[in-house]
Design a protein around this ligand. Structure first.
Ligand SMILES: *Cc1c(COP(=O)(O)O)cnc(C)c1O
Length: 229
């Protein structure tokens, strides 16, 4: 077994155990293998081991790698900060964009999706802790942004994403995951026509805590592909 294959087996097992411990169906959690900074060859190894969903953070890097894997049965997700002027590439390359954090960006994506005759699936990123170094909508602004983005004809808003502060102890990240779920529940309770089934939360250090709080997409890089240099 390659190490990527064995790491994937371990992570998938931990995801399954965490879901069961939370009383959830293991299939309700999908693994996004975060391949940013890792070469196409590593993605090929993960594909050979059965992994299909990949997360990338940088448009230029993703363009090159996706072009190098033309026939791969892969579903590409964009998880990084997206500049409005790169919306065109994001719409061209990605099935799901996790990081919509402003109406301006949502409108740019909508326009590009319209040009391509596509309905772009997106998540709204929420900056729960209000960290200056991280992007994301303020929690108080998330409901309005979801409503405005959901009204755009070529956007399908499918859930929320967050990136909590880094803690050595994942137990400390858990309240942030719970908060994202509550923000989602509040929005959908107030607007029953809006469905937000996806919660993108949890990384290598804290994905089990995120699954305990309802994560449906966990974004894991280091535990699969190793350290990023
Ligand atoms: C890099 C990155 C990840 C993966 O982090 P790991 O700790 O390597 O698992 C997840 N989410 C986002 C938004 C990232 O930028």
């Amino acid at each position: 077994m390659t190490s990527i294959k064995s790491h994937l087996a371990t992570i998938n097992d931990r995801i399954r155990q965490a879901a069961i411990a939370a009383g959830r169906a293991p299939e309700s959690v999908r693994l996004v293998a975060v391949s940013k900074t890792h070469p196409a060859g590593s993605i090929r190894e993960a594909l050979a081991a059965g992994q299909t969903v990949f997360g990338e953070s940088y448009i230029q890097e993703a363009r090159e790698k996706i072009a190098a894997l033309p026939d791969a049965p892969a579903e590409w997700h964009f998880i990084g900060h997206l500049q409005t002027n790169k919306a065109k590439y994001a719409v061209r390359l990605f099935e799901l964009i996790h990081s919509v954090d402003s109406l301006r960006l949502a409108e740019a994506i909508d326009q590009e999706a319209a040009k391509r005759g596509k309905v772009q699936r997106v998540l709204i990123q929420v900056n729960i802790a209000g960290e200056a170094t991280k992007s994301g909508s303020a929690p108080e602004a998330a409901a309005a942004l979801v409503q405005q983005a959901a009204a755009l004809p070529h956007l399908s808003v499918e859930g929320l994403m967050t990136l909590p502060p880094f803690f050595d102890d994942p137990v400390r990240a858990r309240p942030f995951f719970k908060r994202l779920r509550k923000i989602r529940d509040t929005i959908t309770a107030a607007s029953p026509h809006i469905r937000l089934p996806e919660l993108s939360m949890g990384m290598t250090g804290d994905f089990e805590a995120a699954i305990a709080e309802g994560a449906t997409l966990v974004r894991i890089g280091t535990a699969i592909f190793g350290d990023r240099s």
